[in-house]
Design a protein. Sequence first.
Length: 420
Amino acid sequence: MDSFLIEGGEPLKGVIEVSGSKNAALPIIMASIAVDDEVVYTNVPDLRDIHTTINLLNILGREAELRDGVVTVKNGALSMEAPYDLVKTMRASVLCLGPLLARLGEAKVSLPGGCAIGARPVDQHLSALEKMGASFDLENGYIHGRCPGGLKGAHIRFDFPTVGGTENVLMAACLARGETVLENAAREPEIVDLANFLIRCGARIEGQGTTMMHVWGVERLRGCSYRIMPDRIEAGTFLIAAGVTGGELLLRHCPLGDMSAVVDKLRAAGMVITEVPEGVLARVGEEGLKCVDVCTRPHPGFPTDMQAQFMVLMCCAQGSGLVEENIFENRFMHVQELVRMGADIHVTGSSAMVRGGRKLTGAPVMASDLRAGAALVLAGLAAEGETRVQRIYHVDRGYEHLADKLSAVGARIRRVKEAD
Ligand code: UD1
């Protein structure tokens, strides 16, 4: 197991390329199950979750590979079982359920367990697919779905705008008979990217990016070549890296238009973020950083995937502020680690009160999940002295070549074997 060793206190300066989006690439690559011919994806980040998705597609009978940011998926006879060993390492594996049911009329997918940031059930995925004619049994830890007569369009109203649920049903609906309406659908930019991909393949979809989507089923989806959108969460993490180190970064391919909630809060907290012809420039303003309150919500609200990183910015800012987590229970696992680095944070239920203005000091800390890990890296960059972030396999799931990208702009960070 690798760790990051970080010598903090270095202001970051230079240019960083934002990678392709993990959360867009996962469902869009999974959607190739629903497509008849070869699909070529570009701007795909080299990440552990992408490799897991490619393994899964190969197990399901596709021929998939990632080379230099390009994923190619070739046709092959589909099989219907997504095994436990893969699903347990990546919850997003459940996204193969919708397209498999649509193509084969049957799918067996290991039930994803709980994870560090909460129970994360898939009940809304299943009840929506049931409305479309599927039936499900739980057998030996597997969800076994069947719809021998094929899926049919339905009017679906989600209780909560679930991102994965919206994606699963959207993929299924493209090949279902008739019209499907998705009410209270998730509006995340990654869903818009998935819809745009499916449309490129011949799907008939309207309303992506709004709470009400309409899908009219088609006979088949054809192959195409598609470029994955840039990663707004990776970009947001780098904006904060500029802030907590007092540096200046230029982000190329930064999807600013999809990041309003985060950018508004960063500006309110004292950062200067400017669009220039080469990209987006970020630095701390003359008056320094000050704490602001943040409250996570479904898009276009403040994303839960930026909550941990934003908390680090607040630790480095003057004053105090409240961070409220409304999407996942148990998503404050980074707090105790930040406290070990000298932060002053008190958690009550789903809120954390952060008192800023304290100098963080380096410490050995442990990543508990992907974004908690990113937050600890940011804290390490800001802190005085050495920080060792352990269990960085979580960070590898979602940040492409993180240590290399940060080193290139002046950070003193290196990857070491845990035993070093
Ligand atoms: C996706 C993202 C993740 C992000 C999250 C919220 C991917 C691969 N992952 O996760 O990074 O943090 O959106 O923006 O894109 N829920 C239910 N029943 C369901 C489905 C969800 O109760 O059937 C609950 C979950 O437990 C959670 C909340 O709804 O509390 C949000 O989940 P959801 O929007 O589905 O997130 P994911 O798709 O898992």
